[in-house]
Design a protein around this ligand. Structure first.
Ligand SMILES: [Zn+2]
Length: 287
């Protein structure tokens, strides 16, 4: 289970500054190229993406993509019987960061990952970490916020140092993030290397967007907008030879959740989760 708090009550006004510190005023948006951390030269070319003037959609999609990759991380650990040192939830967050962080300059992917990091800041401020049980499976929301930032600044210290400092990360911690990022990525690359496939398996990871309930109308279109989710999943297919086909289902659920269902070989992302990300954004704007 992903474990985001569904409540968005109070958000620091500082978040908007962080969000746009580096990319405010950005006019040209690139394509979502396939994220292949194992061998970038095999990655398919970038797909053109329509003009993404809708910052709200980008915020929701960035957070949704992080959740989806996080759940795929759980699925890979299960399906490939991968060893995990430390908390599995941290490993799944690392997988999501690795897949989302671009190796080369890529403004769209940068913005999606920054949206995901900012999402953790909003969740932390909305839920107050005191409500997160210290014995829980996940790190505290604020720790996941700084964890995402550490991965970003670790991947590109000159590019993201200002962002990390504006978020409150001290310089001495920023200096250690490149090692954290390298180790996290090297671990995943090494574990996935034996499972690479020569040819992409189109059925290995199928994404379906089920018709939403009436109250979730429009969220299915948001989930499919700019084909970001489809491209992100397509980027995974060459990486892993899965023992069985897995389904990724976007659907209406009783709660705002996302989860990996081992018995059903299915990852579910609830449309309500997208609505929750929208609500987080609106709550931030009210401050
Ligand atoms: Zn999880």
């Amino acid at each position: 289970m992903f474990g985001r708090c569904p409540n968005a009550a109070s958000v620091s006004p500082g978040w908007r500054r962080w969000r746009w510190l580096l990319f405010g005023g950005l006019l040209a948006i690139g394509g979502f190229s396939a994220a292949d951390p194992v061998a970038a030269e095999d990655a398919p070319p970038s797909e053109p993406v329509a003009a993404l003037a809708d910052d709200d959609a980008l915020f929701v999609l960035g957070n949704t993509l992080f959740v989806l990759y996080h759940e795929i991380g759980h699925a890979l650990i299960d399906e490939l019987d991968l060893p995990v040192l430390g908390r599995e939830e941290d490993a799944a967050d690392g997988f999501a960061a690795m897949m989302m962080i671009a190796e080369q300059p890529d403004p769209l992917r940068d913005r999606l990952m920054i949206a995901a990091a900012d999402g953790w800041a909003l969740v932390a401020r909305a839920s107050i970490d005191g409500e997160v049980p210290l014995w829980g499976e996940h790190a505290l929301n604020r720790q996941r916020f700084f964890g995402a930032i550490c991965m970003l600044v670790g991947s590109d210290p000159p590019g993201f140092a200002d962002y990390a400092m504006a978020a409150g990360m001290p310089a001495e911690r920023i200096e250690t993030c490149p090692d954290d990022y390298r180790r996290m990525k090297a671990g995943w690359v090494r574990l996935l290397a034996p499972h690479r496939v020569a040819n992409s398996q189109p059925d290995a990871l199928q994404v379906t967007f089920e018709p939403p309930a009436a109250e979730d109308a429009g969220l299915d279109q948001l989930a499919q907008s700019h084909a970001i989710i489809e491209h992100a999943v397509a980027a995974l297919r060459p990486l892993v030879d899965l023992p069985r086909d897995l389904q990724i289902s976007f659907r209406s659920c009783p709660n705002a959740a996302a989860y990996w269902h081992r018995e059903a070989a299915r990852i579910v992302v609830c449309y309500q989760l997208l609505a929750e990300f929208e609500n987080l954004l609106l709550a931030g704007r009210r401050l």
